[in-house]
Ligand binder design. Structure first.
Ligand code: PLP
Length: 543
């Protein structure tokens, strides 16, 4: 709706008052709107603008125009006459309780700093609500993503996937081996779980306790007890909308700008992304392909500095499928002990171990250290869409006292996780575990793992370590043979030529362009088709 503006528009103050009247906003409303957007604007300054004593700086001017839903050029210059350049200004004339002329960052003296023209290339973080279109002929400003995202990478759903989606929309069938989402490949949620959720839906309308339902946390605690996690209590178990939400929350609560955190390479890239978004510095330690993809302990320790706060492990691992033996975990605990580090262990695949491999929770070996262990129902229960995960604090709670306050604050701020999904945790964790049938000889995950591992190793120029858990394999390409310098290009070329979608290794913070990840959840016939395409592609591909 167009706002009719009239009256004195020859001065900034006149236009400001007109716009305030037209929008029904009082001075206090502008102050409150500014506070809500994190813009520094005191009461005294607004009053100086309205009385004509000063005019605002460019950024405050932009804010006022946005808040009042008027065109910024009009507010600054007016349609009738150019803004006089010599308004008398006495910034300290009406001091705020704790402001002085010297710290008046919201005002500009026109003589010394005329308002800059609106810079379309300027990054801005506020979201304006322009009820009026910008003045005719003025290009619409651009809304850029926050620069906080500049160094954040999450290529599991990145540009190659965008291209695959574009191709699908254009009618091309793409064979997708890129996302660890069990349901589309016929791995169904156990009936009992679905029925239990539907029965409880009517009781799940309200928010739960911000940490989660008592029954869910009790079941999680009992599961953690079975894994020998020490010093557990109900108050330091948190449910989340998937482990994803809790990774972000746990990093936000811990990291100051510049704090370092050790993360595996390759990793599940959400860890690096969340640590970076929280202002931290992800420092990658290498996992050694020659040693079944176990962490290189010497490399890990060599990367500890006086800014290092924590070590992250992903065990069982995505993307390599490795499961770390007790001795390796003990060595990691020793590093954490020597350097007083927290341990974060992502164990979302802990029930998907094959070949009789036992999964050991690292927290069970570190009763004296602050540990956070993550798990959920997305993978080991094949219930990714319901969105339920958890984190369990254990070991040295005293050292985490302040951190726990931070976690509680962030947990309260998101109110609670999805309550219907919490309501089935007890059912899912107890009783018959249908997933057990998949991971033994004759089971789908087991047989598909065997097939893909053998078939990949039969392709000239490809080698792969046999995964022990989860449903991913991380094969290596002979770089010299294929002359690969850019693995994203490799993924794109494979997509275009063969309509086959995989994820390139650098998407997992792997340093060389010589690996890629395959999700082996599809049925064997589909995997056979994928291997035939890949094999043919690699018979001629040279970058
Ligand atoms: N952690 C790892 C290692 C994963 O591979 C994934 C998903 O692929 C997640 C966490 C996220 O799980 P959720 O569905 O619980 O958010």
């Amino acid at each position: 709706m167009e706002i009719e503006l009239s009256g004195d528009c020859t001065t900034f103050a006149g236009r400001l008052k007109e716009a305030m009247q037209a929008s029904g906003m009082k001075q206090v409303d502008l102050v409150n709107a500014a506070a809500a957007q994190g813009v520094k604007l005191g009461k005294s300054y607004v009053s100086q603008y309205v009385t004509g004593k000063t005019i605002p700086r460019a950024d405050i001017l932009n804010f006022l125009a946005e808040a009042l839903a008027v065109d910024v050029d009009w507010l600054r210059d007016g349609p009738c006459a150019p803004q006089p350049a010599n308004l008398p200004v006495e910034l300290a004339s009406e001091p705020d309780s704790n402001s002085t002329a010297a710290d008046c960052s919201e005002c500009d003296v026109l003589e010394s700093a005329p308002p800059a023209p609106f810079d379309l290339s300027e990054p801005r973080t506020t979201t304006p609500t322009l009820a009026r279109p910008a003045k005719e002929g003025t290009p619409m400003r651009q809304f850029k993503k926050s620069s906080k995202l500049d160094h954040v990478l999450y290529d599991v759903r990145g540009p190659v996937v965008d291209e695959a989606n574009r191709m699908e929309q254009a009618g091309t069938h793409v064979l997708k081996l890129n996302i660890g989402n069990p349901a589309p490949f016929g791995f169904r949620t156990p009936d009992e779980v679905v029925q239990d959720m539907s029965r409880q839906l009517v009781d799940c309308e309200g928010y739960s306790n911000s940490h989660g339902l008592f029954s869910a946390r009790k079941a999680i605690m009992q599961y953690a007890q079975l894994k020998h996690l020490p010093n557990l209590d109900m108050d330091t178990i948190y449910t989340g909308n998937g482990v994803s939400e809790l990774i972000q929350l746990s990093m936000m609560a811990l990291l100051e700008n510049g704090d370092e955190i050790l993360i595996p390479s390759p990793d599940y890239p959400l860890w690096t992304a969340c640590a970076t978004l929280a202002g931290g510095k992800a420092v990658h330690y290498v996992c050694d392909e020659q040693a079944d993809w176990y962490p290189d302990i010497a490399d890990m320790e060599s990367k500890v500095t006086d800014r290092t706060k924590a070590i992250v492990i992903i065990n069982p691992n995505n993307p390599t499928g490795a499961v770390y033996p007790r001795e390796v975990l003990e060595e990691i605990v020793e590093i954490a002990r020597r350097h007083q580090l927290m341990i974060f262990s992502d164990e979302i695949y802990d029930r998907l171990c094959m070949d009789g491999v036992e999964h050991v929770s690292i927290a069970s070996l570190a009763p004296d250290l602050p540990c956070v262990t993550f798990s959920g129902l997305s993978k080991s229960h094949m219930i990714a869409g319901y969105r339920i995960g958890w984190m369990v604090l254990s070991g040295n709670k005293h050292a985490m006292k302040d951190y726990i306050e931070g976690l509680n604050m962030l947990s309260n701020m998101r109110l609670c996780s999805n309550v219907p999904a919490q309501s089935i945790v007890q059912t899912a964790l107890g009783g018959h575990q249908s997933v057990n049938d998949y991971i033994v000889p004759g089971g789908r995950v087991y047989e598909q793992r065997n097939y893909i591992w053998k078939a990949l190793n039969e392709i000239p120029g490809v080698s792969a370590v046999k995964p022990k858990a989860a449903f991913y394999i991380f094969p290596k390409l002979d770089r010299e043979r294929f002359n690969i310098t850019n693995d994203e290009q490799f993924a794109l070329d494979l997509l275009h030529d063969k309509k086959l979608l995989i994820t390139c290794g650098t998407g997992f913070n792997w340093g060389e362009p010589d690996h890629f990840r395959i999700v082996y959840l599809p049925r064997q016939e589909v995997l056979e088709e994928a291997i035939a395409k890949l094999s043919d592609f690699l018979s001629y591909y040279r970058q």
